[in-house]
Structures are given as C-alpha cells and as structure tokens.
Design a protein around this ligand. Structure first.
Ligand SMILES: Nc1ncnc2c1ncn2[C@@H]1O[C@H](COP(=O)(O)OP(=O)(O)O)[C@@H](O)[C@H]1O
Ligand SMILES: [Mg+2]
Length: 247
C-alpha cells in the first residue's frame, strides 16, 4: 500500500497551474526521488503536498486519507514532515531548543507514532551532540540542514519529504547528509527526496520520477538507474545533462 498517492495533480500560484496532471506514489518503506531541472516544479509539488498552496485539481492522498481538506498545520499530525527550501529553523534558539520544540510538537500531534527521540537523532548526526547549546543561526549551512532533518524526524513522520537537501553545501557535508538519508531508507522510513543530482538520487532512492515544465515526463524504475545515467539523450532533454559526478 502507498503512503503517498498523487493523481492528476494541478497546483500553482494565484490560480495559475504550474503542475499539470502530476501522478506519483511513494510506497511504505520506499525511498522515491523527484529529479528535474530548476523551475520544473519540484518545490511546487512539495508545497502542494504540504498544503502551502491550494490543490486546483486532482488528489493527494496520505494512506487512505485525502489531504485536500486538511490545512497545512494539521498535516504533520497526519504523518507528513518536510524539510523545505530555506529550512525555516528558529535561528536565535539553540539546536537543543529547536529539537525540543519539534519533539514536543511530534509527541502531541502523533502520540502513537513515536519513532525518534532527541538522543536517537543525536546518534544519526553525531555533530549535533557538541553543538546542542549553539544558536542555530551561528551554524554552517550544512549543520543547519542536519538540524532541519533532525527536527523533521522528531515529528515522527510516516513520510519524510526533503526538498534538495544537498543544494549549496560543500561536497563533504553533502556526503554526510546523503549517508544519513541512506540510513533512514535502510531503517524503513518512507522518503520523498527532491534532488537535482541524479548520482546522489540514485544512492538514496529506490526509483524516481523526472519532472520537466510541471509534468512527470519519465519514470526511473528500481534497477534502471544505470541505464538512465548512461542515456545522454534523456539527460540532456530533461536535466540539461546534469547527471552529477559519478560516485
Ligand atoms: N511563489 C511563486 N509564485 C509564482 N510562481 C512561482 C512561485 N514559486 C515558483 N513559481 C514558479 O513555478 C515554477 C516551478 O518552480 P519550482 O516549483 O520552485 O521549481 P523547482 O523547485 O523545480 O526549481 C517556476 O516557473 C517558478 O517561476
Ligand atoms: Mg525547488
């Protein structure tokens, strides 16, 4: 059964659709990537799933619940946690306080779903242990991204959505973050990973959807990653050739 099931989705801004007939799903214990060039609609898709923009047509279902009528702030309680572009952390608060707030929120909204506590996310991101009392705004971009992922996990999600977690970060930090995503995947977390870099997506996802101009234009099924990465025509057409470094 799917955790996330999207059919025929139209969503956009000011009543104008950016997404056209998008259909995708994420199964339980599955990690699925969405790849596509800048401006192809990936973050718009995330915003529609999270309820930050209205759904103009089609349906977004989480398990057997249709999300349309559920406002954004209640979707966490339904099992969605997202790390959005820009991260939206409380910069003046310490790492510990950012995490404590999320843990309290998660415990209140999803009491039966307890999966992570602060100590467990600390073990996933060992660096956090030494930085618990630092103000988040004093951390590097990569460290902030780790706090943002840790915070999302403390909401005890059924589905973790990550919108380009590697963007703008140093290669070493990207490796660390991808290793954590890979471990989460192995632990059975259902993940929707937005990622422009095909090589990184291939490391962390079972399969993927390729978006271009607001549509899903191609699907990479499990086991097809290497074929896709060698298909120059597809890569050029959909991603401007941006396969990313081979790993
Ligand atoms: N807040 C917004 N208002 C109006 N148009 C937007 C807004 N955000 C994104 N768009 C438009 O939607 C399209 C898809 O953007 P986006 O979903 O951010 O793409 P991606 O995340 O794939 O780079 C782009 O054409 C962009 O200009
Ligand atoms: Mg984006």
């Amino acid at each position: 059964m799917s955790v996330l099931d999207i059919t025929n989705l139209e969503a956009g801004y000011g009543g104008m659709p950016v997404l056209h007939g998008v259909a995708l799903s994420v199964g339980r214990n599955e990690s699925v990537a969405v790849i596509g060039a800048n401006g192809s609609g990936k973050s718009t898709l995330v915003r529609a799933i999270c309820g930050l923009i209205p759904i103009l047509a089609g349906e977004v279902r989480l398990g057997d619940v249709s999300l349309q009528a559920i406002p954004a702030h209640l979707r966490v309680g339904r099992g969605i946690a997202a790390v959005l572009e820009g991260r939206h952390l409380f910069g003046e608060l310490s790492v510990r306080d950012n995490l404590r707030l999320a843990a309290a929120h998660g415990a209140r909204l999803r009491p039966g779903a307890r999966r992570f506590d602060v100590a467990q996310v600390g073990a996933l991101f060992p660096f956090l242990g030494g930085r618990m009392d630092s103000a988040v705004e004093l951390l590097s971009g990569g460290e902030q991204q780790m706090v943002a992922i840790a915070r999302a996990l403390l909401l005890n999600p059924d589905l973790l959505i990550l919108d380009e977690p590697s963007t703008g970060l140093a290669p070493k930090v990207v490796r660390e973050i991808m290793a954590v995503i890979a471990r989460l995947r192995e632990s059975g977390m259902s993940i929707l990973l937005i990622e422009q870099n095909v090589a990184l997506a291939a490391e962390c996802a079972d399969r993927a959807y390729v978006m271009a101009v607001g549509r899903v234009v191609h699907e990479i099924h499990a086991g097809q990653w290497s074929t896709f990465r060698q298909d120059e025509t597809l890569l050029r057409a959909y991603l401007g050739g941006a396969a990313g470094p081979a790993s």
